[in-house]
Design a protein around this ligand. Sequence first.
Ligand code: NAD
Ligand code: GLY
Length: 363
Amino acid sequence: MKVLHVELDQNRSYPIYIGSGLLNQPELLRQHIRSKQVLIVSNETIAPLYLPSLQAALGEYQVETVILPDGEQYKNLAHLEKIFDQLLAKKFSRNATLIALGGGVIGDMGGFAAACYQRGIVFIQIPTTLLAQVDSSVGGKTGVNHPLGKNMIGAFYQPQCVIADADVLDTLDDRQLAAGLAEVIKYGLIRDAEFLDWLEANMPRLLARDKAALAYAIERSCINKAEVVGEDEFESGVRATLNLGHTFGHAIETGSGYGHYLHGEAVAIGTCFAADLSQRLGWLNAANVERVIKIFQAANLPVTPPAEMSTEQYVDLMAVDKKNVDGKIRVILLEAIGKASLPVNVELAQLQDTLNNYSKANA
Ligand code: NAD
Ligand code: GLY
């Protein structure tokens, strides 16, 4: 087992445990639980696979569960309320623990519920997708979607620990594995060019689920994420670079209907868009842009935006983003391979032009 640390102030640092068979090591969990009351939040796909062993590991606790329907379209206030209903119905107190057992949807919702219930209870992340293990479970961003904008309602709320058991990836389907690779590739592009080289050389091993390759990719991704979050927990600076490809990606997710494109797929398309815009600003050359497109293609990810969405729709949706300031659309671009920019203001005309050209060029 590898143990990394997210270093935060005010005694809020926490460990990320990465390894095999971790769900069978209850002591990892128990040391972070402060009372008998434990609520496990999961969904109807993951619960049959992993809930029984987790419940068994917590035999002597009062373990309650909330099993949500599976899908991004349920990451909303209505389903968040089901978690509060259960916490209240079972009379959970302030020292209770909420465990999120699932992918990014369950982790984001569970974390937000933990942040809000009695203004904050103990929260533990057990991420079960590659995407959640390398990104969403680390760093404390929690929340839900609104029909008008993705992740627009939420809170920063750090877990007490993250338990990333690579064995659970065995049951993840290939499309979801590829979606997780989008966020892995992101770290290479924004701040770790050496890792990008490694990913280019090792993509076939990752797609074939080579355990050693996956373990390395998870660890190196978490090292990158922990460093960025440790430096800028509340996203006043460098943390925004983790949103490479996300402004356009979120527009695709919202515009095409939550759940149609997987988050990682939308991020892959959004990153190719960002690379195109970076070239227009003179930061990347054509070969760099081709390299970005190729690595996503190698991971079996889409690189072209959905044709059924119009330029106006993209612009409208990109105008609802947490990076925007005073109504200006701001995006993260690439100054070079392995070096992301801080948020860049994009003029409406420039954006429309890029969207028109990009969509046509890649159609
Ligand atoms: P997800 O949570 O929807 O999980 C993907 C699918 O895999 C679901 O159908 C799920 O039921 C299934 N699944 C999960 N684990 C499984 C397993 N071990 N075996 C079989 N099936 C399994 O999607 P995701 O890609 O994990 O997360 C995407 C979400 O994460 C988005 O809502 C996105 O906004 C959010 N996100 C948040 C952050 C953050 O910093 N908080 C970062 C990136 C993404
Ligand atoms: N996934 C973006 C962040 O954690 O900041």
